[in-house]
Ligand binder design. Structure first.
Ligand SMILES: CC(C)(COP(=O)(O)OP(=O)(O)OC[C@H]1O[C@@H](n2cnc3c(N)ncnc32)[C@H](O)[C@@H]1OP(=O)(O)O)[C@@H](O)C(=O)NCCC(=O)NCCS
Length: 179
């Protein structure tokens, strides 16, 4: 087994995946089903996470994903994916989704951006340490800063939900005790 370095530059694991959409991928309106795009987002991000971490990595979360424009059958969709941020065992992978229209020559259309958290796991499915990502360009550094903001929001939201559930439980316990 090859040894895993302590850090890796962003460009080493950046990935570009392209897909020509087909008739069997449409929704009732005849445009491409959002789930098809989300599956490919997860796949592209998963490859980057596995390559960066040097082994298995699982999807822990995917942030809200806003579709800006519909993708049509025959369009060529591009998924550009890279590690934005690394923690101890988790990594934020960003995916920028663009499309070339099948019937027009022109600038690529921005379809959506997605941010996923992958956690590197060992043979038992337990989190394991990942190499720290080393941003190389101003764009990489901007993505790292913005990923830190998303990370702090995710942690705060998670903590608030746990606190709210604990509060509900305490109220239920108190009601039970007074009946
Ligand atoms: C993801 C998973 C491995 C985390 O395990 P865990 O025991 O909760 O791990 P920990 O609490 O020690 O957290 C490990 C890391 O994951 C991060 N993490 C855990 N849950 C997270 C979530 N919902 N969103 C973002 N990050 C998360 C933690 O912040 C931590 O990051 P760090 O090590 O970089 O600081 C576990 O929840 C799991 O296996 N989930 C199922 C994943 C899966 O099967 N995905 C495919 C869907 S079918």
């Amino acid at each position: 087994m090859t040894s895993i370095p302590a850090s890796r530059p962003t460009s080493v694991t950046r990935l570009s995946l392209s897909h020509i959409t087909a008739q069997n991928e449409t929704n009732l309106l005849g445009t491409v089903h959002g789930g098809v795009i989300m599956t490919l987002v997860d796949s592209a991000a998963g490859v980057v996470a596995a390559r960066h971490s040097g082994g298995a990595a699982v999807t822990a979360s995917m942030d809200e994903m806003v579709f800006l424009v519909p993708v049509r059958v025959g369009d060529v969709v591009h998924f550009r994916s890279q590690v934005n941020w690394t923690g101890r065992s988790s990594m934020e992978i960003g995916v920028r989704i663009t499309a070339d229209r099948w019937d027009a020559v022109g600038p690529e259309v921005h379809v959506a951006s997605a941010y996923l958290v992958f956690v590197a796991v060992d043979e038992e499915g337990k989190p394991r340490a990942v190499p720290q990502v080393v941003p190389e360009t101003d764009e990489d550094r901007r993505r790292l800063r913005e990923a830190e903001i998303r990370r702090s929001h995710r942690l705060a939201r998670r903590a608030a939900i746990i606190a709210s559930r604990e509060e509900d439980q305490r109220e239920e316990d108190q009601e039970g005790a007074t009946q």
